[in-house]
Design a protein around this ligand. Structure first.
Ligand code: GDP
Ligand code: IMO
Ligand code: MG
Length: 429
């Protein structure tokens, strides 16, 4: 009999909602934190005791010594980025080896995957996805095309041979792109990264996690990217190459749907997007610039400026439906302080018709947002630690979102630090 179920925390927008911060905040209630998809395209920021740390592949529970962190089969790993992450953590005194485990079935990002990503984007020109160029797309293509290399392969005697064969295949593809590259140095670094991987605990993570549930352990599955970047349900083709939604936690960890408990959906009090693709509530004006500056909206992985805009309820509603969200977590409320009026997109105008759902095509030429205007607040929220201190306009903003989505907002974030978090109700566990 399974005593308990795994909870999932995932982004409801276009990524960068603040997943890293909240996973770190709620980790004390869990025994295991597991990443289930994505790879080094992710940048999850944690801040506490005056330090700021950005994680790419390693789960955000890594700073807690009682917790095991698992990189699941659905994740793609670049040994170069990974080795750097481990080094940066070791420099901060984190004993990664005793806290981290890797699935044998996770796929590897090769240097040539990165080249293919860059070549493909260059060829697309203006139509480019705006990829982080970490090799994510080509690696997942090799996974579904049944050509990929997995973590388990690095322990096999014929690993080098398999690596060479895949690189040869990639070189032929790169020749078609007419793309100039040199991977000599990258390849050396990659092989040292493989040695780092070999020194870690490599496991059959699906067995480990299912047994942990049987043993009564609490598991938190940590999503990367956001629901609107999901390969099936996002703003295709401007998406990432994995299932970022709750179902991705089942396939990416080997947990059956019946083993999933609460789904914690995290969103910013406004909206951001980095990279190309439609963004109905985008503000390409001073207000958008104000959000970017106050919210420090620059990519954690690439440093690119993030596009900013108002909160989009039809998009959130869609994400809540696809994910079966049971609790909402609202982030970056402090960034909205000082705006006299706030706008919330409640509907879209689709060819003259007022709709309240996310349509197939959200290109600005097809849909225009319809806004409700609400009164803003002026107070600085960053020093507030209790619900009673929050301005009544913010409480009304939260209650409006709750009522519209029919799901409680349980945590409210008022700054990047661990302590800048206000609890309204339960986060599962
Ligand atoms: P993730 O990818 O979802 O983990 O999010 P990122 O780390 O890429 O981006 C979120 C950014 O917002 C990071 O720089 C966080 O430190 C910061 N952040 C998180 N929560 C808050 C908040 O409530 N207020 C402010 N001002 N910043 C926050
Ligand atoms: P976290 O986990 C925000 C975006 C890229 C691009 C598209 C495809 O930090 O929230 P890819 O590199 O996957 O081929 O890029 O997806 N993207 C992200 N945007 N946060 C992320 O991760 C992202 N990971 C990918 O900007 O538009
Ligand atoms: Mg991020």
């Amino acid at each position: 009999m399974y005593l308990n179920k795994a909870d999932i925390l995932l982004g409801l927008q276009w990524g960068d909602e603040g997943k890293g911060k909240i996973v770190d905040v709620i980790t004390p209630s869990y025994d295991i934190v597991a990443r289930f998809q994505g790879g080094p395209n992710a940048g999850h920021t944690l801040e506490f005791n005056g330090i700021k740390h950005v994680l790419h592949t390693i789960p955000s529970g890594i700073f807690h010594d009682h917790v095991k962190n698992v990189i699941g089969n659905g994740v793609v790993i670049d040994p170069i980025v990974f080795a750097k992450e481990i080094k940066a953590l070791a420099e901060r005194g984190v004993d990664v080896k005793s806290r981290l485990m890797l699935s044998r079935k996770a796929h590897l990002i090769l240097p040539t995957h990165r080249m293919l990503d860059a070549a493909s984007e260059a060829e697309k020109g203006k139509a480019k996805i705006g990829s982080t160029l970490k090799g994510i797309g080509p690696t997942y293509m090799d996974k579904t095309g049944r050509n990929g290399l997995r973590v388990g392969d690095i322990l096999e005697p014929e690993f080098q041979e398999r690596y060479n064969a895949l690189v040869e295949k990639h070189k032929k593809m790169l020749a078609n792109y007419n793309y100039q590259y040199d991977i000599t140095e990258l390849e050396k670094e990659w092989m040292s990264g493989i040695d780092v991987l070999r020194s870690l605990t490599i496991i059959d993570s699906e067995h480990y996690l299912n047994q942990a549930l049987l043993d009564g352990k609490k598991i938190l599955a940590e999503g990367a990217q956001g629901s609107l970047l999901d390969i099936d349900f996002g703003s295709y083709p401007f998406v990432t190459s994995s299932n970022t939604v709750a179902a991705g936690a089942c396939t990416g960890l080997g947990l059956a749907p019946s083993r999933i408990g609460d789904v914690l959906g995290i969103f910013k009090a406004y909206c951001t997007r980095v990279g190309s693709g439609p963004f109905p509530t985008e503000l390409e004006d001073e207000t958008g610039e104000q959000m970017r500056q106050i919210g420090k909206e620059f990519g954690s992985t690439t440093g690119r400026p993030r596009r900013c805009g108002w909160l989009d309820i039809p998009a959130l509603k869609y994400a809540c439906m696809i994910n079966g969200v049971t609790e909402l977590i609202m982030m970056k409320t402090d960034v909205l302080s000082g705006f006299e009026t706030l706008k919330i997109c409640t509907h879209y105008n689709l060819n003259g018709e007022k709709i309240d759902y996310l349509p197939y095509d959200i290109d600005p030429s097809k849909v225009q947002p319809i806004y409700k205007e609400v009164k803003g607040w002026n107070s600085d929220l960053t020093g507030m630690r209790s619900l009673e201190e929050l301005p009544k306009e913010l409480i009304e903003y939260i209650e409006f979102v709750e009522a519209t989505l029919g799901i409680p907002v349980t945590y409210v974030s008022v700054g990047p630090d661990r302590t800048q978090t206000i609890i309204r109700g339960k986060v599962s566990a």
